[in-house]
Design a protein around this ligand. Sequence first.
Ligand SMILES: [Zn+2]
Ligand SMILES: [Zn+2]
Length: 511
Amino acid sequence: MHRNFQIEIPDGAKFINELNTKPFVEIEGTNIYEPGYDCKPFGEYESPVDFPNCCAYHSSVKDNLDKWFLGFPNCCDNHKNIAKKRWFKIENYTNLNDKILKHISYSENFISISLDKENWFKEITDYIQYTIDSFGIPTIGGNQYYSYIENWIKKTKPTDFNFPKWKRELLIEYLENLTNQSDKTQTDLNILYSIFQKWLKTFPSLPFFIEHKEKLKNKFPLNFFLYEPEYNRFSGVTKFKCRTKGELIEFLIIITKESLKSINTPKLLENNFISSKDKYQIDLLNEEHILTQNKLLVDYSKKEIKYFKIIKKWLANEKKYIELIKPLLNTNKNLNLKNIQTSKKEVFITYSWDNESHKDKVLSFNNFLREKGFESEMDRSKTNGNTSLDFRKMMHNIITDYPKVIIVLSKGYKEKANDFKSGVGIEYDMIIKDFDKSVNKYILISFCDISDDIIPVFFREKEILDLRNKENQNILFSKLMNENIIEFSKVAENKPIITKKEISDFNDLIN
Ligand SMILES: [Zn+2]
Ligand SMILES: [Zn+2]
């Protein structure tokens, strides 16, 4: 639907100054003008016979509208003010009383034919919204329209359709909310923005939040400010309802709880995501200090204090935990959280993503190992959930956590290995440093001919298994299981007796 908005800016200099200094400049609703449109009835519609003289109710509606319109625009203060605007032209409203009457009839009809539909509420309320919008901005005649519709919903006694009480009540509630909303939804985006930034500043800058925090600094994330969009099929308009000040704070409290809930410190310690317990302890102390400072310097409203308190309590609890657990982890090796792991880490397959077919081979190789009873893993995505972790650290964990690492050599692997900046390169660098220290840990394999094309320099003298050969598959299993293929004879219980050479007595020799 084509709508022709016009904006009047009363103070141009002030407006331009605000454009340069504020993140958002709002235009007073009273300076926006839009003329509206004529609605379509939608669905089957036939004007009632002799409308509006079809019945006492409709003829009285017509009488009242006509009487009101005689005085328009001097009927009330609201319309008197509107009439003073430069854009207001009385000739644009000559048939306003008839338009209201016609639209009342359309809506009554639409409601009566939609009540039995599954999605009756959305259909009807969307149609009402579409009709209210048709009276333009600011609404002229819209108030009359919905008070008559509300009245009709309350009182009509239909004979040709069913209008249950609960459906009437829901629609009345909807209409009453519409009237109240116009006063309370005045939300200044600048206020919302500053509320959000204040919250962001309060949120702890701990390692797992910091990247996210940096991204949102000075930003206005729309998903924080708007509700889910709603499409209205009659007007063709998708509306984003903006949160009010109170609703935004309510939302921030929920986000605070959810973000903090997502932090599982024991797990982070176990996976070495919190690499230094000392540093973490210092971070927590710093954050607690900053938070307390903020309390003195920043004005939190009564509602905002809620998230402030949640963060404060969380930090205190976290501090207590790390204080208690740190000495235990440092002194008692048996208590090392790493030993309490539940998932068994056995084999990790590393490869280069040369092309789809190569990847498929690796995938199927991984399956093959699992079917043979090896807890084999290949994808980094599992450890990649947290974006703030750097790749180096993640690779390091893989290399230290898995007793066996299978390296699939390929052309792509060789090329990337030589570039120390790529993922494979970083990993290759770590592997060659560890290779000779960790005997029997790394197993080199290939799915193609073994030639210089696929062998990075460091692996040249190492054993490489071409897995297309079944015998090599057997060797692979023996390596994974640390078992020798050649069975040696059982070791006898008694070792051979060594015949000792008799040594003559010293005195015998010298005498
Ligand atoms: Zn009637
Ligand atoms: Zn009026």
